[in-house]
Design a protein around this ligand. Structure first.
Ligand code: B12
Ligand code: SF4
Ligand code: SF4
Length: 280
């Protein structure tokens, strides 16, 4: 299929999809009219790219990871997208590490609801092209699991899902991992990922990197930002400490939650960081 036409259609759909603006009736203080996401960027990978098999390895995702073909028999392509948070969402959360901004809370919860609506519209669009699709994130088979690591392992716990959006984005040329385990795209780390599998043949994108952590400059700025002490230059990110902090925010901001302090006020917030940035 014509890739340019598809990507143009996906961008137009984003522009016309409701829910990216927080309406007055449900806005937390200061958030009326908040636009959560800037326009998405896309990456495409081939459903039979051998990299997907490697995600089944225990040290990558695990054998629970389902291949594109397992989600959608006859799958040919995977489209991954990154929705960057707007400047207003990002800058609002750069302050006090102990408090999540109202804008970030909206972007975490209403933002994901918007992504779900957007992917529903993507499915309709592809049905109009006459091709089949599967969106693992909204599929009844989607599941996450937590496995305790051997005693002494500083990472303590391994969280995994059967469709990790960051690994799919990595496979699709959208970016690389970083110290916090977030995925840095050309539009930075602050934002959310999604994806759709289709049986349409779409030309895959190249991966302009070879290493899992190529875009991270290991500056350690995120270490200082984390209120839970979950990140260190020596051991990376401790998921258990992050999860425990997330549970605290869930009580504090009920019915919303979120933190993301490691994704803002850092050199990788809105783009691929450059070592020189730190010395300015
Ligand atoms: C479970 C989960 C969590 C758990 C555990 C996080 C985790 N990394 O697993 C907890 C509750 C702690 C969490 C917290 C947060 N989360 Co979360 N979470 C998820 C979820 C549902 C599944 C993650 C998963 O499958 N992990 C799989 C494991 C295996 O990943 P991993 O251990 O990091 O993988 C490492 C290994 O694979 C290793 N590796 C070793 N060998 C090799 C070889 C190769 C080839 C490769 C590629 C890798 C590799 O490299 C990786 C990085 O170290 C995803 C949604 C989804 N379906 O993907 C969102 C997701 C990861 N979360 C997200 C976000 C935004 C958050 C929060 C900021 C919450 C918030 N909004 O306030 C925090 C902090 C995240 C952070 N610092 O990156 C985003 C990440 C966006 C981004 N820019 O990267 C996601 C993708 C949701 C989304 N739709 O966008 N989350
Ligand atoms: S703040 Fe620095 S060390 Fe942390 S993820 Fe970003 S580039 Fe990597
Ligand atoms: S999201 Fe997790 S790792 Fe990032 S700053 Fe908050 S507690 Fe720390």
């Amino acid at each position: 299929m014509d890739k340019k036409r598809i990507i143009d259609d996906l961008v137009n759909l984003f522009r016309s999809c409701d829910g990216n603006v927080i309406a007055a009736g449900k806005a937390l203080p200061g958030c009326e009219g908040l636009v959560m996401f800037d326009e998405p960027i896309f990456g495409v990978s081939s459903a039979d790219d051998p990299i997907y098999e490697t995600f089944k390895r225990a040290e990558v995702v695990g054998d629970n990871f389902m291949l594109p073909e397992q989600w959608l028999p006859g799958a040919k392509s995977v489209i991954s997208f990154f929705l960057p948070f707007t400047q207003r969402v990002r800058s609002s959360n750069r302050g006090d590490p102990e408090s999540t901004s109202n804008e970030w809370l909206h972007a975490r919860i209403e933002g994901q609801a918007f992504i779900n609506s957007y992917t529903e519209k993507l499915k309709e669009l592809f049905a109009g092209y006459g091709v089949s699709t599967c969106v693992p994130a909204s599929d009844s088979r989607f599941a996450t699991k937590a496995t305790m690591l051997p005693p002494g392992d500083p990472k303590v716990i391994h969280f995994s899902s059967n469709w990790s959006e960051r690994h799919v984005a990595y496979a699709s040329g959208l970016g690389t991992f970083c110290l916090t385990r977030g995925l840095i795209s050309p539009k930075g780390v602050a934002g959310r990922y999604g994806s759709i599998i289709t049986d349409a043949e779409i030309a895959p994108d190249e991966r302009p990197y070879t290493g899992v952590y190529d875009y991270c400059i290991m500056c350690g700025a995120c270490v200082k930002r984390c209120p839970a002490g979950a990140i260190s230059l020596e051991h990376g990110k401790n998921q258990q400490k992050c999860k425990q902090w997330m549970d605290i925010t869930a009580k504090k901001y009920d019915p919303r939650y979120g933190c993301g302090k490691c994704q803002v006020g850092v050199p990788c917030e809105g783009g691929i960081p450059r070592v020189g940035l730190l010395n300015r």
